[in-house]
Design a protein around this ligand. Sequence first.
Ligand code: SF4
Ligand code: SF4
Length: 405
Amino acid sequence: MQTSKNKFHQQLEQLSSQCVMCGLCAPHCPTYQLQHNENASPRGRIALIRALARQQIDIDKSLQESLQSCLQCRACEKVCPSQVHYAQLFSLAQQQYLSPRHNLFTWLLHRYILVQQSRWKTIHRLLKGYQYIINIKYIAPLFLSFPVIKKTTALLPSPITSLTWKNVYPANVKQKKNILLFNSCAHTLLDQAVIEHSILLLNALGYNVFMSDKQACCGLFSKHQGDTKNMARCNQKNQHLYQQLSVQYVISINSACSAHLHESDIDSTIAHFDIIDFILLQLKNTPLQFRPLAQPVLVHIPCSSKNILQHDAALLQLLHYIPQIQLISFNNQYCCGAAGTYMLKHPDTAQQLLTKKIYDIEKYPQSYLISNNIACTLHIATALKNVRILHPVSLLTQQLTLTTA
Ligand code: SF4
Ligand code: SF4
């Protein structure tokens, strides 16, 4: 009888053997571009996983590092002519060879706090307390000598604000439809303005916006740690919530959550949309008026938008609803280095990738930079001086005249 371990190896073998080792993905891989090392390329990582699955090599620290240094940006998957399912392969390898070792804090965070929005307030209080301590004159240098603490501190908005959400925000029109706003944990904790702006815009489009403190994290945070069990728990909780609410659509704000929800096997009768695609669709039937914008706008396209949702064109189309908008394209080829929590675990690589982008962005002072991913936004904002970074929904809301055409 086949053991589950053998099945696992077979699956890894089957997925990795789709790769014909052509190397066409290498120029698109950010870690390969930085290190010029085969073990930091998609082909190298696939070869390692294949050798592990065949039990030709054993996992050791340097192999773990090769796998862990992958940003999971999926640029390789997008360009692969053999259509290798890199993300699926990587996720299985992660479960088998990089299983998470939780300490008490991460265990509580994953298993207890993230699975229910009403408990996210706990993290909020912890972050506020942390921000208070880190600002004490004699303590700061002590803490900030640790790279992960330095990066975390730079990412936090100052001061951290909190908002209490209502269960429903009704639209002021007769023919109303109901949607559930899937606000990401990161937005809820670190950038509530985008949630407010999303509610405003969706109300203006005639939607009653429901929110629920029973919502769980989309599960991506657990996936990034290789904790697929908790990812499945989050999925189940959200599926249960969808079934309880009588909403037609679930709309998520953050591109990474949208991409994850899009690929999760939540078998729901409710349609899920990323807010960019949803608003674009709605504006075709419910035109709204926006004020012209004088400042130039640079558009950062997150990897989740580009490589998974593939809605880069939709994002640009949506921004063109703002009259006279001047969109400036810049180097969007590589990941900015944020990649969920990657920027905290690999701060040096994340910083090198960011530096390349910032050089291009800072050529346009007094402009706006648009990003629909909260991790990219926080990461990029740590290095920006003269450019304001906004979610596309926030820019649209800022330019909205609040009268229907
Ligand atoms: S992942 Fe695809 S593009 Fe990259 S080496 Fe394998 S087959 Fe070639
Ligand atoms: S997911 Fe991104 S970082 Fe990882 S191998 Fe593919 S291109 Fe490279």
